[in-house]
Write a protein that binds this ligand. Sequence first.
Ligand code: EPZ
Length: 452
Amino acid sequence: MSGKSGGESLIIDGGVRLEGEVAVSGAKNAALPIMAACLLAEGPVCLAGVPWLRDVATLTAVLQRLGVSVQGDRRGRVRLETVDHAPTQASYPLVRRMRASFCVLGPLLARRRHAVVALPGGCTIGHRPVDLHLAGLAQLGAEIKLQRGYVVARAPRLRGAELNLCGPRGPSVTGTANLLCAATLARGRTVIQGAAREPELVDLAKFLNALGARIAGIGTSTLEVVGVKQLAADRQLAADGYRIIPDRIEAATLLIAAAITGGRVGVTGIVADHLGAVRQVLHEAGVEVRWQEGRAQVGGQSAVRGFAVDALPYPGLPTDVQPLLVALACVAQGRSLIGDTVFPQRWRHVAELVRMGACIQRAGSAVVVTGTGTGMMAGSPQNRLQGAPVVGSDLRATAALVLAGLAAAGRTSVGGIHHLDRGYDHLDQKLNQLGARVANQTGVSLGVRCSS
Ligand code: EPZ
């Protein structure tokens, strides 16, 4: 596992226009709920295109302690098989470490009728309750208690119900995952209104149907599930493996890395339809991108210009791309207004960007950024962002600082890169493959290997 929390950092010598071609990895936020959903299945299940990330390694450890044998290989193939259905308590320190582990709650309860899962940790991006998850499970007939930091859920057998998953800030992504999994084995019909529509949940639903679930309305905000007695992978699926969709947030990260440096980069292995809102805001910012099926080519030397966008639930702009766009806005000509309706407090990256000379003012649940006008590095060095020592506070904030470092004049050291290797598969290597000058101070490349 790369890096240790605290001491490690990336050293970036900015000012290089990225050039070349790079492929995205599998989607973290699809792989995690799909791996958790394997708790529902009888017999072996094989996945393909699983990204090699710290979060995948953490969830692997959680599942192994829950009686699941997990074998991964270097090509992103992972074989999972429940060998012991008895354990029902997810490891407290592991779930505290990674919020996404909370996705084991629904599958565990549905298959083993009992689940003890730590309340997920708080997070630097804002308030992250789980009330929608718990209310939905209670409506499916579960008895839910909070005991010593754990959620304790019990249900002789879940029964179908009409659920609504839309909270004050829109639908819940992992809430939809938990309840969708639980409903697949519930008795009768469940309707989930206000379901999240993210592509990662479409992938989860398709995976569950490949195991024999009966889910309709996939991709819409109303999911209908008719419970079945058992889920299992057929021989074909167990052999070929279910392929995880590509990571749209990593794709956006690489596109913006190209744009912020004025480079010419082809990002391959993408699903362009998953990036509609990103496509729209990059167009508004004057970033020229040629979109083809499976590939997006950033090029053209027009300057980046100011833009206005709000992060919204899918199909709106992903909140996970918001910090990356703030970095891009720092080098745009003119002013940008960037808001976040999903996590209105998600601004920890702003203070660190200001250390690099960015001009950013908070405005409620938005920021106003006055760019240096040196997008595509057209400007003279003195009014560009300046390299500086900065520290990332979470996964996407740290990525935003890396992007700013690529465009800055001089050297930037980005601390907190243990956040990066939670959600990016060898980001430093991918950027260096495009000509960037990114050195990992720990000397260990980002990205982890699942325990085999
Ligand atoms: C998922 O988190 C993603 N994580 C996040 O990505 C992403 O930022 C987020 O969805 C929004 O798209 C994974 O998929 C593993 P939510 P999740 O429940 O499911 C409120 C990354 O960088 N809410 O959709 O935890 C909540 O406060 C991570 O990869 C409730 O009110 O987010 C927030 O304002 C960061 N009650 C909004 O809904 C609940 O019970 C969206 O949260 C649950 C959520």
